[in-house]
Design a protein around this ligand. Structure first.
Ligand code: IMP
Ligand code: MG
Length: 184
């Protein structure tokens, strides 16, 4: 595992993102929608830098990776959301990889009648997008490696790291074979 972004670099990125979001406000309160579980750190750090009024809601999304590092079927759970008709929404996720999670969420929130839906991601992986959209706000462009820490996991682990680290192929292979040996 090697460090890609230190906690100081991440903090600078969040500060920059908060300034960009703050520079384009509307009359309405901003409804921040965080995507569980990976966005918890970004959301917590970002909203403390936004000058209100801000509302916070969370949704859950998973693309069933497990010990694999490529996306599978997308599962969205939006049942915690209030009525969003007329809201100015900012969807916040940890990373834009294929882009399918963000695209599906934005589409769904528009259908629910939000007045404006914008997207913010801490990270965007180079050369991976499978959708036509680009996020409205991007913290850092990173190389095409599997990353963990600051909310992002590999098979449920490493979310707690205060920095962002890239896994080597060896790290992934070792973990996958240990998980297979343990019966999945
Ligand atoms: P997408 O739908 O392919 O853009 O994937 C976005 C989701 O996949 C993110 O919300 C993350 O949960 C997960 N993801 C994608 N790449 C990584 C990674 O490198 N590390 C950890 N999670 C990732
Ligand atoms: Mg996620």
């Amino acid at each position: 595992m090697r460090m890609l972004l230190s906690s100081a670099q991440l903090a600078e990125g969040i500060e920059r993102l908060a300034a960009e979001v703050g520079g384009d406000t509307s009359e309405k309160p901003l409804t921040v929608i965080g995507v569980l579980t990976g966005s918890i750190m970004v959301v917590a750090d970002l909203i403390r830098r936004l000058e209100g009024p801000v509302q916070l809601n969370m949704v859950w999304a998973s693309s069933y990776r497990g010990t694999a590092t490529s996306p599978g079927r997308l599962d969205l759970r939006l049942d915690l959301l209030p009525d969003l008709a007329g809201h100015d929404v900012l969807v916040v996720d940890d990373i834009f990889d294929s882009g399918r999670t963000m695209q599906a969420l934005m589409e769904e929130l528009r259908q629910r009648g939000a007045a404006r839906v914008r997207s913010l991601v801490l990270l965007r992986k180079q050369g991976r997008a499978e959708v036509a959209m680009e996020p409205d706000f991007v913290g850092f462009d990173i190389p095409d490696a599997f990353v963990v820490g600051y909310g992002l996991d590999f098979d449920g682990l490493w979310r707690h790291l205060p920095y962002l680290a890239a896994l080597d192929d060896d790290d992934i292979a070792r973990h996958a074979s240990a998980a297979a040996g343990a019966g999945g």
